[in-house]
Every structure is written in C-alpha cells, then in structure tokens.
Write a protein that binds this ligand. Structure first.
Ligand code: PBG
Length: 344
C-alpha cells in the first residue's frame, strides 16, 4: 500500500505524513541519504604541454593548469595521496598539422606523460583522451577535406593514437571525437596489437555544447572554421543519445559516458537504466567555470556549490564523474575542510 492509499482509504485517519521527521538531525539525515559521493567515483582531467618546468594557469579555468610532464608527475603526488583513482590526460603539442602527427607520435606529449606517470605511480589509473582536435592545425576532431570532416579516413588515425597510448602504458582510452564507428575500430586495433585488456571508455553521448568553451582555451583546440555540429550531437536530442550509446555498446565499449553532465542529467539517468556497464559523466569545463565565476563574485557558496553538483550527477546515475573539482572534493570527503579551494 502506498502512502496516498493510506490517506485515501482513511485507514490511518488523522495521521499526517511528516517527511521532515527523517530530516530532523544530522544522524537521521546521514541514515536516510540515498546517494553517496566517494573518492572512488572521481576522475581528474589534466592538461599536458611540452617543455620543462611549465605550470601555466588556464585563464578560463582558474585553479587548473597546463603542466609539462615533470610538473604533471609532481602534481599527481597529491592525487595519489588523496586516493583519487584516475586521471584523464589531454595533450597540447607545440606543433600542429593537418594529419595530427603529434597525436600518435611515439614521443608525443601524451605518450611521454603516460610513461612518466606510470613509472612514478603504477597504481594510478591513467586514462587518455583520444581525439585529434588538439593536434590538428584547423582544430577539428578529424581529417578535413574541402571544408568537410571526413569520417572513415579519420578512424585510422584514431586507431593509431589509441594504440600508441596503450603502448606507452595507458590503462584505458577514451575516444571523444564522435566519428561513427570509432569504438569498434579502436577495439579491433587494440586487440590486433595484443592489448585485449585495455578498456575503452566511450564519450558516447557527447553533445555540441557551449560548455566546452573554457576547455578549448585550455587545450588551444577551438576550430579555426565552422563548428562541431556535424559530428557532436544536437543538445535537443535525447533518443538519439540512447542510440549512440547502443551503437557504442555493440562496438564493444566497456564504459559509456554522457557529456556534459549538468544540462544532461536526464540522459545520465536514462543511460544508467539502459546499460549494464559503468556510466561516466563529464562535469565539463564550462560547468566548472560558471561555478568558479559565480563563487568568486560572492553569488554562490563555493563550498556547497561544487559538492551539490557532484552529488546531483551521482544521483542521476553516474558511477564515475570526470571533474576539475576532483581534488577539492577528495579533500572534503576525507574530512579536510581547511585546505582552501584551489580556485577561490
Ligand atoms: C576533445 C575534447 C573536448 C572536451 C573533452 N575532449 C573538447 C571539444 O570537444 O571541443 C571538453 C572537456 C571540457 O569542456 O571540460 N574533443
């Protein structure tokens, strides 16, 4: 019998349901809490550049940095100490061209970063973003011909990129390019190279979103012409997002992702109901930037804002949250309420 049946039948006449009863004390609230955020859920995105001694704060993402490999390794000591299980790496090469050579070069910025990180922290899960936009002089995620982004010829470069990352020691690859067929193509390429064990975390439902704006400043990857609407998804389309997920599952995705997170919580929930693989959600750069900006203006309580965002993404159904708030959240979860937030 449901609560409303009680009241309708009059069986419990005079009884008023008071949902506030279980909200009365901290202890009760702790007992009835439905969703938890754990450090185990967090994946921290980081930006790697060439050179040495580089630690350049990203103007559009206060508290986040472009790091050379030496400083990347240094900074990851904090993550490991905080028990953050994973990082996802984005590379920014010095040289860009029209075949994204830097993306799959044996000594590319990501390949070097992965080697150094795995040598220093064997237990840290190092995930690499597999995309070409940061390595292309035109900033698009695929090969361009006559102003069009070519799908199938791009797959071969993505395959090479993914294999080179795993060869360097990456634990997992995350294709974010949104070319059709890339999950299957990368899976086959990894298997052929003998890397049967390396999981693919697919950016399955990745929308053409303005919320990547601050990232494109960080990664120097804004397209020099046009936009990404011919490969990333229309924000209006929910059913199509499920179809993208279905296709990636068929192609062998081990983990599927929804991105961005905040404006797409409905899809996180629907995807969670639909698949039996872990679901990731990317709390993207624009979501970070707006929280930071409003907090810095005194319009939001910074301590509450980012934790509320993260628990909402978990409540929607995400098992893993890729978030620039990972370090701050991990400290709060470990009971450290004193270390100042990196971005205030
Ligand atoms: C690469 C890529 C992007 C992001 C992750 N991988 C940018 C884009 O698609 O333009 C965005 C991440 C963020 O905004 O935090 N294609």
């Amino acid at each position: 019998m449901s609560d409303s049946d009680f009241l309708l039948t009059g069986e419990r006449e005079g009884v008023t349901w008071r949902t506030r009863r279980t909200r009365e004390t901290t202890t009760l609230r702790r007992m009835v809490r439905e969703t938890r955020l754990s450090v185990d859920n967090l994946i921290y995105p980081m930006f790697v550049v060439e050179g040495e001694g580089v630690r350049q704060e990203i103007s559009s993402m206060p508290g986040q940095y472009q790091l050379s490999v030496d400083n990347l390794v240094k900074d990851c000591a904090d993550l490991v100490a905080l028990h953050i299980p994973a990082v996802i790496l984005f590379g920014i090469p010095d040289q860009k061209d029209d075949t994204a050579t830097g993306a799959y070069h044996e000594h590319g910025v990501i390949q070097e970063a992965v080697r150094a990180l795995k040598a220093a922290y064997p237990d840290l899960c190092v995930i690499t973003d597999v995309c070409l936009c940061e390595y292309m002089d035109h900033g698009h995620c695929g090969i361009v011909e006559d102003g069009k982004i070519l799908n199938d010829p791009t797959l071969e470069l993505l395959d090479r990129t993914a294999v080179s990352h795993v060869e360097a020691g990456a634990d997992m690859v995350a294709p974010s390019d949104m070319m059709d067929g890339r999950v299957g193509s990368i899976r086959r390429a990894l298997d052929q190279a003998g890397y049967h064990q390396a999981p693919v975390m697919a950016y399955s439902a990745k929308f053409a979103s303005c919320f990547y704006g601050p990232f494109r400043v960080a990664a120097e990857s804004a397209p020099s012409f046009g936009d990404r609407n011919s490969y990333q998804m229309d924000p209006a389309n929910g059913r199509e997002a499920l179809r993208e997920v279905d296709i990636d599952m068929e192609e062998g995705a081990d983990i599927v992702m929804v991105k961005p997170a905040l404006a797409y919580l409905d899809l996180i929930a629907r995807v969670r109901d639909r698949v039996n693989v872990p679901v990731g959600a990317y709390n993207v750069s624009g979501e970070y930037a707006m929280t930071v900006a409003a907090s810095r203006n005194g319009w939001l309580d910074p301590e509450r804002a980012f934790m509320e965002v993260l628990i909402a993404i978990r409540r929607a159904g995400a098992d893993m949250v890729l978030t620039y708030f990972a370090k701050d959240a991990a400290r709060r979860l470990a009971g450290d309420l004193k270390t100042p937030l990196s971005w205030m």
